[in-house]
Design a protein around this ligand. Sequence first.
Ligand SMILES: NC(=O)c1ccc[n+]([C@@H]2O[C@H](COP(=O)([O-])OP(=O)(O)OC[C@H]3O[C@@H](n4cnc5c(N)ncnc54)[C@H](O)[C@@H]3O)[C@@H](O)[C@H]2O)c1
Length: 405
Amino acid sequence: MKIAVLGGDGFCGWPTSLHLSNLGHEIHIIDNLSRRWIDTELGVQSLTPMDSIQERCRIWKETSGEQIHFHLIDLAKEYYRLRDWLSENRPDAVIHFAEQRAAPYSMISDRHKIYTVDNNINATHNLLVAMVETGLDAHLVHLGTMGVYGYSTVGAPIPEGYLDVSIDTPGGSKGMEILYPTRPGSVYHMTKSLDQILFQFYAQNDGVRVTDLHQGIVWGTNTDQTKRHPQLVNRFDYDGDYGTVLNRFLAQAAIDYPLTVHGTGGQTRAFIHIQDTVRCIELALKDAPAKGERVKIFNQMTETHRVRDLAELVAKMTGARIAYLPNPRKEAPENELIVKNDNFLGLGLDPITLQEGLLEEVVEIAKKFAHRVDRKRVPCVSAWTRDLASRVERDPEGKRLKSVS
Ligand SMILES: NC(=O)c1ccc[n+]([C@@H]2O[C@H](COP(=O)([O-])OP(=O)(O)OC[C@H]3O[C@@H](n4cnc5c(N)ncnc54)[C@H](O)[C@@H]3O)[C@@H](O)[C@H]2O)c1
């Protein structure tokens, strides 16, 4: 297949591009490299040294013999270039990773809120309009997040996208299928919730074929292909804005920094290893909806864990100390999370779960590049409200270590 990977320079997009190229697909990465600019804005860098996207593609060609093409296009701002590219190249599938994806970054200030909404909503909407305008019947696979559901539960598992409800009408009770209600907990999650409505509209109005993958928190860094050459290494975010919880704990342990648990660490989250991310996308591509079919929604996660349990696991494995800090997020201090993931299991996914070997591999990588860490960038200081901002712990290594009891 000819596949456009939008956001293919990112943490999930790069290993996905390699994985699909390795399977023989013709890969075209479209990216505006905004994440590299955000690194500069925040004064951080990936823990692993990433080469330019052009250099990465050159090394992949040398290593595998396969060509990955790169196109510099801003989906949110360059609608006509995107439309013309799709019209000329007519990919069979489009994988859409190209959004601002950090909840803390989306809450830093009014500017970051506005940027996240402008970027994410325009990117998704421009893509859908361009597909309709060019008559492109490609399968659109989008990366959404489990976080749209807000981590509250009534005790029943979160289904894969849809909920059957019965509504009282004057003529009696009637059944209806609705999108499972979202309850976004940040501006970033709000944009992902809005994306769902855009997909629903264009699938129903124009027959766009969409699969929306509600992904859990991705952990790990290497995949079978990124391991093939040091310069194919994947991005690794350790900082308080972009680093995701388990990778952050592993990096913190590697540099002898306290594991930064927010509140009691009672938050339960869904997880997936990066190797399973790329495999899930391969499986989703093989299971495209038919024209006119409703949006397919899959929960792309393999297991759930409580944050404090993860911290305890990493502390036991590495001897790291845990710091319980005031939570900068507005969220339930404790939650249960039960999630259905039957769709991917039905398609043949054999989940990778938290194995010590894989956890240790991440610690080893983090130790190797520990000299690249700026310790001041480790704590999460982006607060969800002004009130919470006054309580943020900016220096968990300091003597003033606060404890939440
Ligand atoms: N990483 C996770 O744990 C995780 C979890 C759940 C869902 N997701 C979703 O997966 C997708 C990819 O996440 P990631 O971790 O790879 O993020 P990332 O920030 O590493 O990569 C995103 C890529 O998209 C590009 N991009 C952003 N806006 C763009 C635009 N307007 N035009 C062109 N390119 C643009 C960036 O330059 C970057 O290379 C995101 O949509 C995210 O919401 C990620």
